[in-house]
Design a binder for this molecule. Structure first.
Ligand SMILES: *Cc1c(COP(=O)(O)O)cnc(C)c1O
Length: 395
């Protein structure tokens, strides 16, 4: 496995973003992870088990698909990296497989997680069933109501779903509850964070587990195009894990443009938005320093997006760094633009994307590529979980 493509220092900073801001009671847990994660990731026995499960359980490598009709429409060469074909329907399981193997090596018996749309909750409940470990998923009460099918899936898999009743009763509040649980059960519990957020080492750990996405693109692209590198890689950013995985092996290749979409909700200046990089200022949330949508006196602003998976007021510190250094570009995309992109991909390619993913697809209308340029889009997940929303807005 290729690693060390991203400059992160010993304390978990990418430039001025990152770090590990945790309560005293969790220092030991976080330190344990910091001390062991690189060694575990490099261990051949871990790699063997991880790779075997990715292949035979998740269904990797996922296809790199040339989208012919979409390419004709935008007069360029568009390839879709099909993470929607992973077991459970999104890229999230790449990370939960890796973290459950790490938790086993640490002797943890109890797994906790937070979830928004329920995709990370389902991916966590799935690997807990696979390994026979207890699983508790925190989820905002509002999200439990609006994402009923994923709540049912988690229960089928044997997980306990606990409602978070504070704040907007969405992802941020579920994360607060998960951290509270970890504080009360530090010794036997591993917290599987679902994106490249949280205290060091989580952002780096999750990025390295998701890096399989760009590792496969590097193998598949030459076979299909005769070219070693694409001209651009695009992805949507909530916390930023599918984008981190898709960008990872291209970060030190300056000829490859890195382009991401964040959720603008009803519009960047509407007050109903989750466009963290457009609006955020440096601050600390859930254990790391990054951009954060906040008031002048530092209160977190409740975010909004039609897509529960992007409805978060922060962003992973790696992305804050890539944005600050201008290595990657971040564009806000509204609910309406995303919904248009959902219909377009469904009708042109016979693929119904997740709402989150549609934010990345919507950028094709905004960014003009040359005819011969190769653009890889990370198709982070499938749209089954969003059908009710699609019916409501589109039919
Ligand atoms: C959770 C999710 C996202 C957003 O999370 P990232 O960590 O930013 O990748 C994007 N797409 C899908 C399909 C998801 O389930």
């Amino acid at each position: 496995m290729k690693t060390e493509k991203i400059a992160i220092d010993k304390r978990g900073y990418y430039g001025e973003f990152g770090g590990a801001y945790v309560p005293e009671m969790l220092h030991a847990n976080v330190k344990e992870l910091q001390d062991c994660y690189l060694e575990v990731l490099a261990d051949p026995a871990f790699q063997k088990e991880f790779r075997s499960l990715l292949k035979n359980y998740v269904g990797r490598p996922t296809p790199l698909y040339f989208a012919k009709r979409l390419s004709a429409k935008y007069d360029t060469q568009i390839y879709l990296k099909r993470e929607d074909l992973c077991h459970t329907g999104a890229h999230k399981i790449n990370n939960t497989i890796g973290q459950i193997l790490l938790a086993q090596r640490l002797g943890k018996k109890r797994i906790i997680a937070e979830t928004g749309a329920g995709q990370h909750g389902v991916a966590t409940a799935t690997v807990c069933a696979l390994m026979g470990l207890e699983c508790i998923v925190y989820m905002g009460k509002l999200d439990i109501e609006r994402q009923a099918p994923n709540v049912a899936r988690m229960k089928m898999l044997g997980a306990t779903v606990v409602p978070a009743l504070s704040g907007n009763m969405t992802l941020k509040d579920a994360t607060n509850e998960a951290i509270r649980d970890w504080l009360s059960n530090p010794s036997d519990t591993h917290y599987i964070i679902g994106s490249v957020v949280g205290p060091h080492p989580y952002p780096d750990l999750v990025a390295k587990l998701q890096a399989v996405i760009s590792e496969e693109i590097l193998e598949q692209l030459p076979e299909q195009t005769g070219r070693k590198l694409p001209d651009a890689v695009m992805a949507c950013v909530g916390g930023g894990s599918n984008a981190a995985g898709a960008f990872y092996h291209f970060i030190n290749e300056p000829s490859v443009q890195l382009i991401a979409a964040e959720a603008a909700g009803l519009g960047v200046h509407s007050g109903e938005t989750a466009a963290t990089i457009a609006l955020g200022k440096p601050g600390v949330l859930h254990g790391s320093r990054s951009y954060l949508i906040q008031t002048d006196d530092g209160q977190v602003v409740e975010p909004y997006s039609i897509s529960a998976g992007l409805d978060y007021p922060g962003v992973g510190p790696l992305h804050a760094h890539l944005a600050a250094t201008k290595r990657a570009k971040y564009f806000p995309v509204t609910d309406e633009e995303a919904l248009k992109a959902v219909v377009e991909l469904s009708r042109l390619e016979g693929i119904i994307p997740a709402l989150e993913t549609a934010h990345a697809l919507a950028l094709l209308r905004e960014i003009k590529f040359k005819k011969e340029e190769i653009v890889v889009i990370c198709l982070s997940g499938r749209g089954d979980k969003d059908l009710e929303t699609y019916m409501k807005y589109l039919m």
